[in-house]
Design a protein around this ligand. Structure first.
Ligand code: 2GW
Ligand code: MN
Length: 296
């Protein structure tokens, strides 16, 4: 049996979402108006996704930033919990970006899994620590990831995996539904409303959470470039979008529709009272340590 080329097998994987007849979850929206699946527990067969990705030799790069005190506060929990739940059985390389490379601890990694530490500068404003991730993500995809990985997922570090976060989450361009907004009417979405900002938008589809986004290397690079260029143009114009990189990410996914959405089961805030839709918490927000970490 001839071995399919990478390009062919990747295409067959990306076609999966078009053709798969995902199960239903009557209480929640499971397809967007442009027919992208919204991944909820019970909709999909995890084994089927794993099998297809096994055949396609899927490999995944993770980017995560742990700058300043966020390293000691969150990084170990993020990584050790990812080793228990994130793409188990698949090759995964964590790219940890930090200003304190010596302080990254060794954690036990399963076979096929790697950790690379990359030094970055520490911007003095936290808004820049967050926003400038887009520049670094674009550069690492260009210089390294595109040659070795089928997919890349970008994460906030202040989160903990609690359940399967598997190959069903992979797709060409993947956006995360923000847990606080998925049930709210659109007029409550906190898009940037300043016409002077490049992130300005009057209407949208959903409110997406910048804590998790992913896709093929090419798609994520396009996203990161878009956000970074618009962030820099805002700086030249002396404006900053309401929610920083997240505002620009929402603008990006409005203009370039994602091919897959993750339900809030993939990024849940334990402080939300109504958990009626949440059958499985796959990842939760770490408790915010504002006092300790945000005092400047
Ligand atoms: C961020 C805010 C205030 C003080 C410090 C930091 C900080 C962030 C830091 O000192 N070091 C650091 O590595 N970070 C990285 O930026 C880290 O990976 C963190 O998860 C990420 C975003 O900051 P975070 O998690 O404190 O912001 P959230 O959870 O309120 O994030 C949402 O909004 C942000 C923009 O304001 C981003 O779009 C983020 O992706 C969203 O989840
Ligand atoms: Mn966060």
């Amino acid at each position: 049996k001839p071995v399919p080329s990478d390009a062919v097998s990747l295409k067959s994987i990306l076609d999966l979402d078009e053709t798969l007849n995902y199960g239903s979850r009557p209480a929640v929206q499971t397809r967007t108006s442009w027919n992208a699946p919204i991944m909820w527990e019970l909709m999909f067969d995890a084994n089927l996704h794993d099998k297809a990705h096994r055949e396609a030799n899927t490999s995944v790069a993770v980017t995560v930033f742990a700058v300043g005190r966020y390293l000691e506060a969150y990084l170990n929990t993020f990584l050790t919990s990812a080793e228990k739940h994130f793409m188990l059985g698949f090759p995964v390389t964590y790219y940890v970006f930090t200003d304190l490379p010596d302080q990254v601890q060794n954690i036990a990694l399963a076979p096929g899994r790697k950790l690379k530490v990359v030094q970055v500068e520490k911007y003095s404003r936290w808004q820049d620590i967050s926003m400038m991730r887009m520049k670094t993500i674009s550069e690492v995809i260009e210089n390294e990831l595109q040659h070795s990985f089928s997919f890349v997922f970008c994460f906030d570090v202040d989160q903990e995996f609690k359940g399967r976060f598997g190959t069903e989450a992979l797709g060409e361009s993947v956006a995360m539904l923000h847990a606080h907004y998925y049930k709210l009417p659109k007029n409550r979405f906190t898009y940037d409303r300043n016409p002077k900002s490049k992130a300005f938008m009057e209407s949208g589809d959903f409110y997406y959470h910048a804590a998790i986004f992913g896709g093929t290397c090419q798609q994520v690079k396009t996203l990161a470039d878009f956000c970074y260029l618009n962030i820099m143009e805002d700086k030249l114009n002396g404006v900053e979008a309401l929610w920083h990189d997240e505002s620009h990410l929402n603008k990006y996914f409005w203009v370039h529709k994602p091919t897959k959405l993750l339900s809030p089961e993939y990024c849940w805030d334990m402080y939300i009272g109504d958990i009626s839709d949440i059958l499985l918490k796959r990842l939760i927000w770490a408790p915010k340590q504002y006092e300790k970490l945000r005092t400047r």
